[in-house]
Design a protein around this ligand. Structure first.
Ligand SMILES: [Zn+2]
Ligand SMILES: [Zn+2]
Length: 249
């Protein structure tokens, strides 16, 4: 059933109400698509660190509400309304994060959950004001494009050879434990340096700011521009380990 969705990103009439949970899923699905990964239940479960049955149930709801449809190979695709809605909420999320860091001075490792709370309730008028307030900024503070099409694919920090020059593009997993960990290690989007060391446990980047060591699985969630560059690969590790603990979204 087609869902009437007159929502446009700026101004216009607000979209029909999707639940907060539905909007969280739409965002992850949008990110999977951006990252070049098939939108499947398994990938959603991995990205959100949720069980397969939980994800399966929500996918059924998203299908019934007209946001996604199932393809013949069992993967999912956005309907036109679904993609519009997903894009709108993703854009708003990244805009709020940028506003919180640049205008309100909230540290970048503390804005993701705040944005998740605010993004579902914001009016188009406030969104427009926030957009004006962030000036020329084109990404969220973790490197994700606010404007569609401005995303450089890059490669994974975990795959870079020692000696290569590295520019940090983006933190793909925004779970706050991971953002705290990356900040603690001194990494940030825009940081450039040289890959100093890489083994089965950790990856070390050195920059003008010092030495930055992260676990290999976290390095699999950091997108970089490297020279020489390894082949690109999806930023979705099997499981995420900061040190000995497991983390996820
Ligand atoms: Zn975020
Ligand atoms: Zn972000």
């Amino acid at each position: 059933m087609a869902r009437r969705n007159p929502f446009t990103r700026l101004g216009g009439v607000s979209h029909e109400q999707a639940t907060v949970a539905e909007e969280e899923y739409l965002q992850i699905m949008f990110w999977l698509e951006e990252a070049g990964l098939p939108i499947t239940g398994a990938n959603i479960a991995r990205a959100m660190q949720l069980s397969a049955p939980t994800v399966h149930e929500m996918i059924g709801r998203l299908e019934r509400d007209g946001y996604v449809e199932r393809l013949s190979d069992k993967s999912l695709a956005f309907t036109a309304d679904g993609r519009d809605h997903a894009k709108a909420i993703v854009t708003r999320h990244r805009l709020i994060e940028r506003f919180l860091t640049d205008v309100l001075g909230v540290p970048w490792d503390e804005v993701h959950e705040e944005a998740e709370r605010l993004e579902h309730a914001m009016s188009p008028v406030l969104e427009e004001r926030m957009l004006a307030a962030i000036g020329d900024a084109k990404t969220c503070p973790h490197g994700h494009p606010i404007v569609e099409g401005a995303r450089e694919q890059g490669a994974l920090l975990a795959d870079v050879e020692p000696g290569a020059s590295v520019l940090v593009l983006r933190f793909e997993n925004e779970a706050e434990e991971i953002l705290h960990y990356l900040k603690e290690a001194g990494l940030r989007p825009g940081l450039d340096g040289t890959l100093e060391h890489s083994d089965a446990q950790e990856v070390v980047l050195s920059s003008g700011d010092g030495r930055h060591a992260v676990s290999r699985s976290v390095a699999e969630t950091v997108s970089v521009r490297a020279d020489p560059s390894p082949d690109p690969r999806p930023p979705l590790p099997e499981q995420l380990e900061l040190s000995s603990d497991r983390y996820g979204r």
